[in-house]
Design a protein around this ligand. Structure first.
Ligand code: PMV
Length: 346
């Protein structure tokens, strides 16, 4: 098959890890397995235009962000193209136009690398599928996740499924370091699970995730941490399967604090929480003690707080968030999200 030109458009969501990926080996391989909830509202929408060109041994693409040229993204995309080239032989046969936008506010402190890399990877797979129409859906999704991983590790968890595991884990069939696999044994207690993201600090990340992952090389607690992630993944799978919200809360919060503990105990060391991050955590703990409602937090490698809770307590928890937590957010900003199913063709 040959195709002269055309375009595809896909959206891919962000995801939030429950058991965290922190530390990588070799070619974007995780030092430990992780599991995440796929988000629904925070996503990247990418239109990929392509036009046949002579294969002159070079990549060629134009980059648009929200319809405007955005050269500052070029090095990241170039690196991604270099990494995926050997898996996509047609890459140098086309000139691409990558037009991308996020549904969440720019520089909100929410990383767009997972959703952005997933959206680009899936678009490229769409072209491969056009060239090889007999491709199965499983192959398509697996390879899209594989390619997304080469752009940003956690992006491989943003392709398909509400809950996704990435990284080899003895107790998880089909688990792989190369791509994410959907975890389907999820109890109804987690149906429409809510994630309200409190924007505590919208500034640029103090530590890029590349630098962060590197800090785990030679980290004094690395081996214990990696072993713990394997155990926490086993426990988290059981909690998700049985609807054990207490266990879910314990593992999720411990994982968030452990991620930050790793950064505090590395060399050089970093504190990525802000005073308001701690204020919010304490308020959530107070509220949980007082009401016994199953609300908990998790954190990324930054100061923002993800507040996680089941849909059936949504109205009271949102009330609490508005009354007691929003005051700690920068410009009172927060984003209401919930569990989603993955990338969608537009
Ligand atoms: O995908 P990266 O390289 O940006 O790393 C993401 C790392 C964390 O968000 C902190 C944890 C995770 O598992 O998503």
């Amino acid at each position: 098959n040959t195709i002269e030109n055309g375009s595809f458009e896909w959206s891919a969501p962000s995801n939030i890890a429950l058991v965290k990926y922190w530390g990588k080996l070799g070619k974007q391989l995780p030092a430990n397995p992780s599991i995440s909830l796929t988000l629904n509202n925070c996503k990247t929408i990418t239109k990929l235009g392509f036009e046949k060109k002579a294969n002159d041994g070079k990549f060629s693409f134009d980059l648009l962000f929200e319809g405007q040229p955005k050269e500052s993204f070029r090095p990241k995309i170039e690196k991604f193209f270099e990494r995926v080239e050997e898996y996509l032989p047609f890459l140098k046969d086309y000139h691409f136009t990558i037009d991308t936008q996020n549904t969440f506010p720019h520089s909100s402190g929410i990383a767009s690398s997972a959703s952005g890399m997933a959206a680009l990877a899936i678009n490229l797979m769409n072209l491969e599928k056009e060239l090889n129409p007999e491709m199965t859906e499983d192959y398509f999704n697996q390879k899209a996740s594989f390619l997304a991983r080469l752009g940003s590790g956690s992006a491989c968890r943003s392709v398909k499924g509400k809950v996704v595991i990435w990284g080899e884990h003895v107790e998880t069939d089909n688990s792989s370091n190369l791509f994410g696999v959907e975890y389907q044994d999820v109890n109804l207690a987690f149906a429409n699970f809510q994630d309200t993201i409190l924007l505590v600090d919208k500034g640029e990340k103090q530590v890029s995730s590349t630098v962060g992952h590197d800090l785990m090389h030679g980290h004094p607690f690395a081996e214990q941490r990696f072993a713990q992630a394997h155990q926490n993944l086993s426990k988290m799978k059981a909690a998700l399967a049985t609807g054990d919200l207490d266990a879910f809360i314990k593992i999720t919060e411990s994982e968030a604090l452990t991620l930050h503990a790793m950064m505090m105990t590395s060399m050089p060391y970093f504190i990525l929480m802000k005073p308001n991050t701690l204020e919010i955590i304490n308020k959530i703990w107070e509220y949980r003690t007082k009401t016994a409602l199953p609300v908990c937090f998790t954190l990324d490698a930054g100061a923002n707080v993800h507040v996680l809770y089941p849909e059936n307590v949504r109205s009271e928890v949102l009330e609490f968030i508005k009354n007691e937590l929003v005051g700690y957010c920068q410009n009172s900003q927060y984003i209401c999200d919930e569990i989603g199913t993955g990338a969608v063709k537009i």
